[in-house]
Design a binder for this molecule. Sequence first.
Ligand SMILES: [Zn+2]
Length: 455
Amino acid sequence: MKLYILVFLLLLWISDVSAQFSAGTGRKVITPDIPVWLSGYASRNRPADGVLHDLWAKALAVEDQKGHRIVIVTIDIIGLSHELSETISESLSLKYGLSRSQILLNSSHTHSGPVIYPSLGIMYDLGKDEMAALVRYHKKLTEGIVEAVGMAIGDLSPMNLYTAHGSAGFAVNRRQHTEKGVVIGVNREGPVDHDVPVLKVETPEGGLKVVLFGYACHNTTLDIYQVNGDFAGFAQIEIERANPGVTAMFMAGCGADQNPDPRRSVELAQQHGKELALAVCEVLKGEFKAVWAPVRTSFTTAGLEFAPVSPESYNEDLTGENRYKAARAQFILSAMDKGYDVNTLVYPVQAVRFGKDFTILALGGEVVVDYSLIAKKRYPNENLFVAGYSGEVPCYVPTVRILREGGYEPETSMIYYGMPGPFSENVEAKIFSAIDMVMKKTGARPVTKNYDPGF
Ligand SMILES: [Zn+2]
């Protein structure tokens, strides 16, 4: 009998030490009520009339043995506004005692999800009832996310984490160089990041619980009037179908200048989703690298400066032919009247580092692929995943190279986002200074002390 108890205690001890972390998941459907306006294309002229599949907010909570916690939330929407990101973070802080650095919010950037006002507000001229529907949706979204996080924290139990990488090739650089400048098209020579990072969460017995995976590509296969998560939605459905009981979570990478190729049919969105799911499922069959404690998190903001714009040019826009420029001018001039600083954007940068084994660098906005490629070169030993669309999505985030080339991402898109104009050329250095700061706080070191623009 005594020997039996000893063996039992030994087994308990082994099972305890064999789990490096506690982890838990939660999920809530965040599909909007129909009709609602869908976001992402100025060309849409009516609200959505159906639902292809549900949208989700999914949460993964991870805690190391010293109680350091990170909550990662993936959300099937175009992107959180600053206001919503703040409201959600404050709720999570009040309810669960999480600091801002312990909350990673990532939007999939589906272009078949609801408008998140005021983001891209210049694109739409919505009536009172349509706005009221968006406000109701914001409440549902906020409550859904907070509830999913609560479920994840309530679900914490011993788990191990592992990482590995796959690859998927359907993202293509969309900045096509023409005689008329850079247009949205296909540029097969342009930079891409086809990496599919996978973080898997398993019980100490080896039961698969969560698969968090990323990809750097716009979720723009579809421009239809039915709610859906585009390829990222189909990929999550496919992985969960192949692995019953598992939570599949998609994190958007630096895909601001990347489009799925080809696009514009439901079959193609399914095909890209299946390709991404297959890449993940292939990874799941192979070798993984264990991820160790501790969990270290850091969050900061950078003040990104806009290139100077004269107030006269806004006055010209007000009476000009372009209704989007006129709406932007009105927005900026009224912000100036109210005393807001319209010369700087407060931009979030966050690092989440697991031991010395895996680091998620989470950047706000629509981040071009250069940031992912440069950051990986700058931190080659960090097994880095660079997520864009994190925290909030205030606008596109170009590098110096892209600013100088011009086109939709650094210039035209800023009108739809209600930004004063393109960023100053110090945008890249400012962001990397913030990146270096959060990486340093989590113990990561770059290969060179000073940042040297990589492109
Ligand atoms: Zn976009």
